[in-house]
Write a protein that binds this ligand. Structure first.
Ligand code: DCP
Ligand code: MG
Ligand code: MN
Length: 339
């Protein structure tokens, strides 16, 4: 979640934003999506201010800043710190929870179960807990997966996949997505779209799962395939780990297989960030449409609680720009898609 080239030092609220962002990072690590969203919106608001916000009253008058966040802003201005952040950092129970939540393949629910079982270290988990294959890999490569991936290294992983794919079929394309496409200086994982002009999803599947992945596993570039617990796997994604020949550091790698007619929607989805996606989907649903990684659909019948009753008809899938236009959202470059 790096906002990129913002010249923060010139912002009169730079210090407040800095402390709030640490709190945001903490909530993000704890997978507290609700508070993460609230803090993201609040820091975005503060970033837009041209004067220094010093009191809770001033802060509460701004959009997306409720009374409790406003109090915290005043506390930071007065004391140059935030008690809640210090507490969170020092609490040993929280430290264990953060450690466990960081295991690939383990969510907050699993992490809490491990804590309730009395486990305190990764060693405890290895020795005593019943782990899935993905969790075992997640623990073995805990430090690897927790470390940030510089842009140049993400490019090298992309090149490796692209070169292998070009040998199978030169028409294939590989695009680096996610935080990389948003211009972040480093990323948590490497997200790649694989596409080929004119190819159906079943052709893409055959080549990627039948040839590319087995070849790259054999070449020891891909290290392991990993199952995800929370994401729906419809056979268009691959999750795993990769490692450059010149390195020992395993990286998380995600592949998304995209037919040409879905490229626009896939580019939009896989660029994110996730909060931006959520707001675009919500906007679509308010306009009676539906947006997902395949396309934008209209004439979706919804029930009382906005649950969809029919799938609707495809309006646009191929062009990212057209999806913005139809939703009447001014175009935003990938590096501007941070809420
Ligand atoms: N995505 C989403 N909702 C999710 C997960 C992902 O909309 N629950 C979309 C938006 C993300 C993109 O997929 O930007 C890639 O997902 P990542 O989890 O890899 O996130 P990023 O690449 O944005 O960040 P990071 O650097 O942490 O990988
Ligand atoms: Mg990513
Ligand atoms: Mn990813």
């Amino acid at each position: 979640m790096n906002p990129g080239g913002n010249s923060m030092s010139q912002n009169p609220n730079a210090r407040t934003i800095q402390v709030l962002e640490e709190m945001l990072k903490y909530y993000d690590q704890m997978q507290d999506q609700w508070r993460t969203l609230a803090y993201r919106k609040a820091t975005a608001t503060l970033r837009k201010q041209t004067t220094k916000i010093t009191t809770a009253k001033e802060a509460a008058a701004l959009p997306f800043i409720g009374s409790r966040l406003a109090d915290k802003i005043e506390e930071i201005v007065i004391t140059d710190r935030l008690r809640r952040l210090d507490e969170a950092r020092d609490d040993p129970q929280n430290k264990v929870l953060r450690l466990f939540v960081g295991v690939y393949g383990a969510g907050l629910v699993q992490a809490n179960k491990w804590i309730q079982a009395g486990y305190k270290t990764l060693d405890d988990l290895v020795t005593h807990a019943k782990l899935t294959e993905s969790q075992k890999i997640g623990i073995e490569h805990y430090d690897n997966f927790a470390s940030r991936i510089p842009r140049a290294e993400a490019e090298a992983h992309g090149d490796f996949v692209r070169n292998a794919l070009k040998k199978i079929d030169p028409v294939f394309e590989v695009i680096i997505m996610g935080s990389y496409r948003r211009g972040a200086k480093d990323s948590g994982d490497i997200d790649l779209i694989i596409t080929k002009s004119g190819a159906s999803i079943s052709t893409l599947r055959t080549v990627v799962f039948g040839q590319l992945v087995p070849q790259l596993l054999k070449a020891k570039f891909l290290k392991v395939s990993l199952a995800t617990s929370h994401r729906t796997d419809d056979g268009t994604q691959w999750h795993g780990a990769s490692c450059l020949p010149s390195s020992k550091t395993w990286r998380r790698l995600d592949l998304l297989l995209v037919p040409e007619e879905e490229m626009g929607a896939a580019l939009l989805y896989f660029t994110g960030d996730d909060i931006f996606n959520r707001s675009m989907r919500l906007l679509a649903s308010k306009k009676g449409m539906r947006l997902n990684q395949r396309g934008l659909y209209k004439d979706v019948m919804r029930g009382k609680n906005r649950e969809k009753l029919t799938e609707g008809t495809l309006v646009e899938g191929k062009s990212e720009r057209k999806i913005f236009e139809i939703l009447e959202v001014p175009w935003r470059e990938p590096n501007e898609r941070i809420c």
